[in-house]
Design a protein around this ligand. Structure first.
Ligand code: HPA
Length: 285
């Protein structure tokens, strides 16, 4: 069996043949947010099914395409759709695209998701910057033999790696400032990750609130762990698609969860298109 690093190199080389420019930034679009990929200029679109070793998403609303091009002049690689552990994928598969994007040279990752709101100060449709996470999925994507060759950036690729600033305070500050400039408040919150696919019980949500969580979802943390293993700087954004179980006196409706992304698309697009050129400039890369 080919090892993970060789598989990731094969995928990266395939993508580089179609889009030779180094993407400075990678963006993962969560549930209901896939339409943002239309903002990529001069787009090269590659279905995941064509990329060697790439996992295919099975959930409706995750169309499964890699969109490469430019946003505000910055070369970007946008993942329209992701796979989740609850679909039955191994964490090596869930995080494979992040490894490939890292090998392509992305030094920053914006990871987005749909989340349930545990913090009652959030309303449905709120966009929240993730300040930290609690991984309650029961595993960790970095389990297995350490592969130092994934550490292309300084101080990365180590067996044990720091997660103190997994969600970059600097990137978050830029995002908060840009939202304020656009006339709205980008709140911050702690994201707790569960395996899913069932939504939580009200008792679980009360317990998560006690643990210090503001948002709950079924993705993101493993991608962030692998990004940090590679030294990639991360900005995490959650869309509160629903209040978490038991917060309101009503069941959670998956169709509604998928609809919210469309409702806040203008605000989400406004923030990201203004922010991405600022992120690119920070490093002067
Ligand atoms: N729980 C878990 N994941 C989610 C939720 C939720 O309430 N909403 C969107 N993704």
């Amino acid at each position: 069996m080919t090892d993970l690093f060789s598989k990731a190199i094969a995928a990266a080389e395939f993508i580089r043949q179609r889009f030779p420019t180094r993407p400075r930034l990678a963006l993962i679009l969560g549930s209901g947010l896939g339409d943002f990929a239309a903002n990529v200029a001069d787009a090269t679109v590659i279905p995941y099914s064509e990329i060697p070793n790439f996992p295919q998403s099975t959930v409706a609303g995750h169309s499964g395409k890699l969109v490469l091009g430019h946003i505000g002049g910055i070369p970007v690689a946008v993942m329209q759709g992701r796979v989740h552990a609850y679909e039955g994928y191994l964490l090596n598969e869930v995080t494979f695209p992040v490894r490939v994007l890292g090998l392509l040279g992305a030094e920053q990752l914006i990871v987005t998701n749909a989340a349930g709101g545990i913090n009652t100060r959030y309303g449905q449709g709120a966009i929240v910057a993730i300040s930290d996470h609690i991984n309650l999925t029961g595993s960790n994507a970095a389990v297995g033999p350490n592969e130092p060759r994934f550490g292309l950036l300084p101080n990365s690729g180590q067996r044990f790696f720091d997660m103190t600033t997994a969600y970059s305070p600097a990137l978050r500050t830029l995002a908060i400032a840009e939202a304020a400039k656009q006339g709205w408040t980008l709140s911050e919150g702690v994201y707790i990750a569960v395996l899913g696919p069932s939504y939580e019980t009200p008792a679980e949500i009360r317990a998560f609130r006690t643990l210090g969580a503001d948002l709950v979802g079924m993705s993101t943390v493993h991608e962030v762990i692998i990004a940090r293993h590679m030294g990639i700087e991360v900005l995490g954004l959650s869309i509160v698609t629903n209040m978490a179980a038991g917060v309101l006196d009503e069941p959670i409706n998956h169709e509604e969860v998928m609809e919210i992304g469309k409702r806040i698309a203008g605000q989400f697009t406004g923030l990201l298109t203004a922010l991405i050129p600022q992120l690119g400039e920070r490093r002067g890369a």
